[in-house]
Design a protein around this ligand. Structure first.
Ligand SMILES: [Zn+2]
Length: 272
């Protein structure tokens, strides 16, 4: 991979981070997943190494250190994965596997619980008394919201879904998928009509994944992303995740990182 040097801009007056401080920042950043963390640390290590040894190309060292997976350099895949973009939710996909969200149309026939009828037939043994089971614990990741439960949620149809309507958030451009069953086709059409104008005016979605490399190292990342993810287009909000407008869901974003310049072996990198 070729990375050309970019002309050095005026030196940014930000405190220089030590290598341990950089490592700590990567570990404390809630946006960094385990594979991206490996990528950031490999590049950070290589940049640090390049400061002490001549002729070290940080990205080449990082690529070698990250090894090979299924015959391909992991580095290439991890860089492509870090391309900043909006990833719509799984249920918004054209093809949704079994377990699609149930119909959220209004309930067609209200549910009425029926009273228990004791068995009239004589001579049957008493039913076995059942043990009281302990409460069920379900372990979920933070921020998980349970799907709508048609048995407890009043007035929701809950039948198997067939029609999908995508709604775009007028502030973020983020997609919410609404699903309806065959009997609620009319309702789905009505909802689609309701959200049409809003969807047309919705902004380009704010990216919700990637863009972490530019938060820690300064280089021509746009060019790098284009190289490893051929049809990728830079989002209008910028390629650095620190620069994206904050939305309610991203309230816990850390503050902007300081980036400092390192020029090594024709590769222009700034370490954090
Ligand atoms: Zn329905």
């Amino acid at each position: 991979m070729m990375l050309r040097s970019v002309p050095a801009p005026a030196q940014e007056q930000r405190p220089k981070r030590t290598f341990p401080e950089f490592v700590a920042a990567v570990y404390e950043d809630p946006r960094v997943g385990h594979e991206t963390r490996e990528l950031l640390l490999a590049i950070g290590y290589a940049v640090d190494l390049a400061k002490r040894e001549d002729g070290v190309s940080p990205l080449k060292v990082a690529r070698r250190k990250l090894g090979v997976d299924h015959g391909k350099a992991r580095y290439d895949r991890l860089i492509a994965d870090d391309a900043p973009r909006y990833k719509p939710p799984r249920e918004a996909g054209d093809w949704y596997p079994s377990g699609a969200p149930s119909c959220e149309g209004p309930r067609l026939r209200p549910y009425r619980p029926r009273a228990y009828k004791p068995r009239a037939q004589a001579g049957l043994p008493e039913p076995t008394r059942l043990h009281k089971l302990p409460p069920t614990f379900v372990h979920v990741t933070p921020g998980y919201t349970p799907p709508r439960d048609w048995r407890t949620e009043d007035g929701v149809c809950g039948a198997q879904s067939h029609h999908r309507v995508l709604e775009k958030d007028p502030r973020t451009g983020w997609i919410t998928a609404r699903w309806f069953c065959k009997r609620h086709k009319d309702h789905a059409d009505r909802v689609a009509e309701q959200v049409r104008a809003q969807n047309e005016q919705a902004p380009e979605p704010i990216p919700n994944t990637g863009g972490l490399l530019p938060c820690y190292f300064k280089a021509d990342w746009e060019k790098v992303y284009r190289h490893y993810r051929p049809r990728w287009q830079p989002p209008k909000y910028g390629i650095c995740a620190d620069d994206w407008p904050s939305v309610d869901e991203m309230a816990a974003r850390p503050s902007r990182h300081s980036r400092l310049r390192v020029l090594v072996g024709g590769v222009d990198l700034e370490d954090a």
